[in-house]
Design a protein around this ligand. Structure first.
Ligand code: HPA
Length: 278
């Protein structure tokens, strides 16, 4: 027999929001999710308050060592931001509802835009390690969808449109910012798989064939939920390893983190400058 949960998902979101407001009662304009090895942007935020995830009722807690796990409230480029230092991956064992719980909470806290970063493998043969790719579309290969089940009508419609998941005016602005700053930035399609293993050579070939430029294990669930709530999204990948024919090597997490560190300053410039334009 299936046991009914004692408290609904909506109530859980409500409790998390209530707790956060009791700690820090100022509306936020932009939500930022920082990917693997990409937490440095935090140092550019004028921090007003921090809340560790494990203090927030019903908030998942990150299990990956390279993620610290707290919500940071502050100012970046003159805007009020909430940054998630550490995100939740499906491969850690969370359900998609858990992975995307913070996005619902951030929306309730007032955000009007979502910014997302990640580390990704480069499938496009033009890409090099440490370069950036602004995501202009995606291919969802996860086996579960965060919107599956009863629709949360208060947040959005049953069948949300996905014809422009990434705000193309922000994509254009980001490319202009990159050019103005002399940064080599690609734009392309991000595909996501559940992981945690990396892909076989045959899978990389398949992913390239179906139209992906970069491959990772995150971002798409959060983007789907943000779009369900009509939040404009900007997302950017740091290319941390090469998955194009002739370039495939064994991937080590240390190398992924080192490549993310190379990409990080440029990513910071783009995100900061873009937030200033909102
Ligand atoms: N595959 C999947 N996810 C990744 C990769 C990859 O090659 N690199 C960084 N995240």
């Amino acid at each position: 027999m299936r046991q009914e949960p004692t408290i609904s998902y909506l109530e859980q979101i409500g409790h998390a929001v209530e707790y956060i407001i009791s700690e820090f009662d100022q509306p936020s304009e932009v939500g930022i999710i920082l990917g693997t090895g990409l937490g440095q942007l935090i140092s550019q935020i004028e921090i007003l308050h921090e809340i560790p995830y494990d203090k927030i009722p019903f908030f998942p807690v990150s299990t990956v060592e390279s993620h610290k796990g707290k919500l940071i409230f502050g100012k970046l480029s003159g805007k009020s931001v909430i940054a998630m230092q550490g995100r939740f991956h499906y491969y850690e064992g969370y359900s998609m509802k858990e992975v995307t719980f913070p996005v619902r909470v951030m929306k309730k806290l007032g955000i009007g835009h979502l910014f997302v970063s990640n580390a990704a493998g480069g499938l496009n043969p033009d890409y090099k390690i440490g370069e950036l790719m602004v995501i202009n579309d995606h291919i969802d290969l996860f086996p579960e969808n965060p919107l599956r089940g009863k629709n949360l009508d208060g947040f959005g419609v049953r069948f949300p449109d996905m014809s422009e998941p990434y705000d193309l005016s922000l994509v254009k602005k980001a490319m202009d910012i990159a050019e103005d700053n002399g940064l080599k930035v690609h734009q392309g399609v991000y595909a996501a798989v559940q992981g945690p293993n990396l892909e076989t050579k045959a899978e990389y070939k398949y992913l390239r064939t179906i139209g992906a430029d970069a491959i990772g294990m995150s971002t798409i669930p959060e983007v789907i939920v943000a779009r369900h709530m009509d939040l404009p999204v900007f997302a950017i990948s740091a290319i941390t390893d090469l998955c194009s024919p002739g370039n495939i090597k064994k991937v080590k997490i240390e190398e992924v983190l080192a490549a993310a560190a190379i990409a990080e300053p440029g990513m910071g410039t783009i995100i900061k400058s873009l937030i200033a334009t909102l």
